[in-house]
Write a new protein. Structure first.
Length: 240
């Protein structure tokens, strides 16, 4: 029994060291950001469902980035802290820890972005998993800025002009700030939420700039990799 469990654990860890893990990470992100998170506003049950999915997403990043002992330790502290604080805030209702929740989440997500982009941009043929990993990194960037906006809103009341539908307490505005972050990242700019505080405006400007540069740099890098690693021609059709 223990040998079987050990074997399954090794297979699980091996999976997260492969390019396939980039696709799995994207699926987790899509479920969390566009299915679970929007429903947490109306249902505490979905907020509780989102916790294990958030933990699994953080664990996926940890297993992907943990290549050395130092990196394992540092990333492990960030991920465990992020999940612990999130559980304390959502399940036990511990007050005054929104900033810590956002801080540890930003640190964990930033580490995930770095490692995902390292896998996407490293030498080798361009695969579908790499492209999906690039999309995952793009969404992670938007998520990290959403946490940053939540911190600003909690520290500086009135730093954002919010419509009536986003008038819930700051601690419950995860979906609201994620919406604002993705709208800013993609430069859609609907204008229903606006940054008023100077630091919030600067952060939104930085995110919009990243949103413009990221696709251009990504496409240039992937095209370069494709030129350097052209697909191998099949020998079956060659004349004998």
């Amino acid at each position: 029994m223990s040998s079987s469990l050990h074997h399954d654990l090794k297979r699980f860890l091996r999976f997260w060291s492969e390019e396939r893990s980039l696709t799995a990470l994207l699926i987790l992100l899509l479920l969390y950001m566009f299915v679970i998170l929007p429903t947490t506003r109306s249902s505490q049950v979905f907020a509780l469902i989102g916790l294990p999915l958030f933990a699994l997403m953080m664990l996926a990043g940890l297993l992907t980035m943990a290549r050395t002992r130092i990196l394992q330790t540092v990333s492990g502290i960030f991920v465990i802290s992020a999940v612990s604080v999130r559980v304390s805030r959502v399940v036990f209702g511990v007050p005054g820890i929104l900033q810590w929740d956002a801080l540890f989440s930003i640190l964990s997500i930033t580490g995930m972005v770095v490692v995902v982009l390292w896998q996407v941009y490293r030498e080798g043929p361009v695969t579908g998993h790499r492209i999906r990993g690039a999309i995952a990194a793009y969404l992670l960037i938007g998520m990290s800025f959403a946490f940053a906006y939540a911190v600003i809103a909690s520290l500086v009341p009135g730093s954002f002009h919010l419509p009536a539908w986003a008038s819930q307490p700051v601690a419950d505005r995860a979906e609201t700030f994620l919406y604002f972050s993705l709208v800013t990242l993609t430069t859609a700019g609907y204008g229903d939420i606006t940054a008023i505080d100077p630091f919030a405006r600067s952060l939104a400007t930085l995110e919009a700039l990243i949103g413009q540069l990221y696709p251009a740099i990504l496409i240039a890098r992937l095209v370069s990799l494709q030129i350097q690693n052209p697909p191998k021609k099949k020998s079956g059709g060659e004349a004998s």
